[in-house]
Design a protein around this ligand. Structure first.
Ligand code: ADP
Length: 402
């Protein structure tokens, strides 16, 4: 079966075409700047990259261009659209309704729409993607794979905020957690590297990309995670503050009367984190280079970033008791040995020991970078969120096809 995976944002559509069950990537790409003069599709096939610059005014038109490209005589990889057996959509927020992936129907779509209040930046564009794909592929099974689903196993004591209970009842204010596809995928890979069954696997997974989150996984299930009601909570990120004293919001608003709720929201989500502290960039590569050149603010941003992650890892060791492995994934987690060392350096007293030679060896493979003596393994595992979505989609579509 051929499965198309779609990750639809407000002005972009990312896609990957998979041959299943081999999980082989046939093509991938991104259509960016939808609705502007600059819209362009970058389409990749085995070893080749094609840039198609074309004005695209909306998501349906964008989806049609992607499908045309997939069947194009020169750059396409299939001959007919009908070869696509199922479409898998990344959906950010599934609230308390979904602890796994589901086949989309009108009810599911209505529920995703209901959760738009909880994820106003993500669920509406995800729905636009679902609508656009259903329009151009009306007969094809569409599946929703939720970022929140893996974390639905988190117990009440960990998801409940110490706020008046009525806000949970009235407005569903609780921890949901995100990056679930990535945390779940690397947990399964870690179990395989440990040669343990998933239900006996305890790991702490660190997804460190532009957004960052840490998850405590017990017996293969998420039991706590650093992101909360929204992806703003937790460790410091590229541009997000992560945890702060909530009173800072009222204090700042009392000091600067021009600060509106929207602007504070914008500051915490878009102007904080690595970018906010350094004043230079949210890009880890740039910050490491600037710190090496002597920038004190870049160094401070790196120090704050690693310190906050170390605190989460330490607290999740306390939550889990036995930790089989600490797992690093995401653009930073997979590629930055310096940050991995900074995070783990203070955990020696808890028996965590990194093997610096293995840590610094360039590799893009799954690997163990702990010393023989370390109490827990330290794994670097490249994430594969699209591959995970393709797998989930294939399993559900295959079952339905009977
Ligand atoms: P997203 O969360 O948007 O998917 P990524 O997982 O690609 O983002 O992570 C982006 C971050 O990873 C950036 O801070 C970037 O600097 C960092 N990064 C990506 N590749 C490398 C690399 N080779 N070395 C160090 N940092 C990297």
């Amino acid at each position: 079966m051929i499965v198309l995976v779609i990750n639809c944002g407000s002005s972009s559509i990312k896609y990957q075409l998979f041959r299943m069950p081999a999980n082989e990537v046939m093509a991938s790409g991104i259509l960016e700047c939808i609705g502007t003069e600059e819209s362009a599709l970058t389409h990749k096939t085995l070893g080749n990259k094609h840039l198609i610059e074309q004005k695209i005014s909306g998501h349906s038109e964008g989806m049609a261009l992607i499908l045309d490209t997939l069947v194009d005589e020169k750059v396409g990889v299939i001959s007919e659209i009908s070869e696509i057996g199922a479409v898998g959509h990344r959906v950010v927020h599934g609230g308390e309704a979904y602890s796994g992936s589901v086949i989309l129907d009108d009810n599911v779509i209505a529920t995703i729409r209901d959760f738009s209040d909880l994820a106003p930046l993500h669920n509406p564009p995800n729905l636009i993607g679902i609508e656009a794909a259903s329009k151009v592929l009306p007969e094809v099974i569409q599946v929703a794979v939720f970022d929140t689903a893996f974390h639905q196993s988190i117990p009440e004591k960990a998801y409940m905020y110490a706020l008046p209970y009525e806000y949970y009842e009235k407005y569903q204010v609780r921890r949901y957690g995100f990056h679930g596809t990535s945390h779940h995928y690397v947990t399964k890979r870690a179990a395989s590297m440990l040669e343990k069954s998933l239900d006996k696997t305890n790991v702490i997974t660190c997804h460190l990309g532009n957004g960052c989150s840490i998850t405590a996984v017990k017996g293969g299930k998420s039991i706590d995670t650093s992101m909360g009601l929204t992806p703003l909570e937790g460790v410091a990120m590229g541009t997000r503050s992560g945890d702060i004293d909530p009173a800072i919001v009222f204090y700042l608003m009392s000091k600067d009367e021009n600060l509106t709720i929207e602007e504070v929201n914008n500051i915490l989500n878009k102007k904080s984190g690595l970018l906010g502290i350094s004043g230079i960039s949210n890009d880890m590569r740039k910050l490491v280079a600037e710190a090496e050149k002597g920038s004190a603010r870049a160094q401070l941003a790196l120090d704050v970033y690693a310190y906050k992650i170390r605190k989460y890892v330490g607290s999740y060791m306390a939550v889990l008791g036995r930790v089989d492995a600490i797992v690093f994934t995401g653009g930073i987690g997979e590629n930055n040995p310096f940050i991995r060392t900074e995070i783990l350096s203070g955990l020696g007293a808890l028996g965590i020991q990194i093997n610096e030679e293995a840590n610094n060896a360039p590799s893009s493979d799954e690997r163990d970078i702990a010393t023989e003596e370390s109490r827990s393994h330290i794994f670097v595992i490249p994430t594969n969120e699209e591959g995970y979505i393709a797998e989930e989609t294939f399993i559900l579509a295959d079952k339905k096809d009977g």
